[in-house]
Ligand binder design. Sequence first.
Ligand SMILES: *Cc1c(COP(=O)(O)O)cnc(C)c1O
Length: 408
Amino acid sequence: MKAMGLVPSGFGADVEGRLLIGGRTADDLVAEAGGTPLFVYDAGLIQQKIGLFRAAMPPEISLHYAVKANPYTPLLSWIADKIDGFDVASAGELGRVVHLGLPISFAGPGKTDQQLETAIRAAITINLESEGEGERALAIAAQGSRPPKLAVRVNPPFSLKGAGMKMGGLASQFGVDHDRAPALIRRLIDAGADWRGLHIFAGSQALHADALIEAQAATVALAAEISEQAGTPPPEVNLGGGFGIPYFPGDQPLDIETVGTALAKTLEGRPKILGETRLSIELGRWLVGEAGVYLTRIVDRKESRGETFLVTNGGLHHMLAASGNFGQLLRRNYPVALANRFGTEADSEATITGCLCTPLDLLAHEVALPRAEVGDLVAIFCAGAYGLSASPQEFLSQPRARELLLQG
Ligand SMILES: *Cc1c(COP(=O)(O)O)cnc(C)c1O
């Protein structure tokens, strides 16, 4: 028997023991959506996370949503009036939010001239990833009448400790090395750009408050140091994000109150040059990850060499991360359950697979479950971020997944 992560809070069972998502049974939601595989996102749970953030963080911190985590269009429309900005990392993501009326910043390597032009026309902030990108943006803007809104993404000399994905302290395609940022800032300002400030992202999926506190303090200090050297205050600094969620056995939720209290202290003592600076934090998975459930149906139950396999109509083509193939070093089990027997005690062991013709397509390995039959619904939790859009949906030409946003 292998362990699995804990089912996130916010899900219940009805009197018959069926999983409730946003107060409705999984079967009911599948019927509404027209079938499985299906991603359900409970907006009420996202709302709770936004509330937690607002309560814990200093009021001057703006909350940005990193569209990369989940770009489902109804979710973006829903969240738009509850946050302070969108961070996009491609022209396609920009297209999904440009009409929603919020401040937008556009980061990400490999922006083409055409994409830079689109961003400049839309008057959004471009987070430059290199000096070369800066020169191209200036040249494109020179053809028009409006100065481009430019910020510099900094490759920091430190990384977020214990992060699932480190994004600092290394040679990188992301951002301009911190010691070269001041010269680039001078160049942009001298060329007449509308200087917007700095973007410093040090990593993702941190569960330890101490690591985030340290990274945030280092980020504030670095933003001040770079601005001093450039000789100009930054109108805005994006402090990054990296707030993680528990996926696996032993993972503890992030203590966001402690992070907020420490950040307030850091900001109290901030260097003068940041006195008028607007500060933001960009979050993806912490806001939406635990609000999503991936529902698939068992198509086959088979025994092989003494083990039970439950083969579903879903798989890694929709939920790559649960298969352990989205950047994980070690495969571990996401929280899973039988949706139509959520309240029933586990009395057997099974391996849940997808329907793809590859042994990589493992959704849960040797987990404890109530006895399951063909037709039962499997729920995989923590599927609200890096689910469908982070999966190779075309692989094996299986049917596409459905998506549903549940608004209370
Ligand atoms: C991926 C990414 C995010 C979102 O990360 P989460 O772990 O989902 O919060 C935020 N900012 C940048 C720059 C990113 O690349």
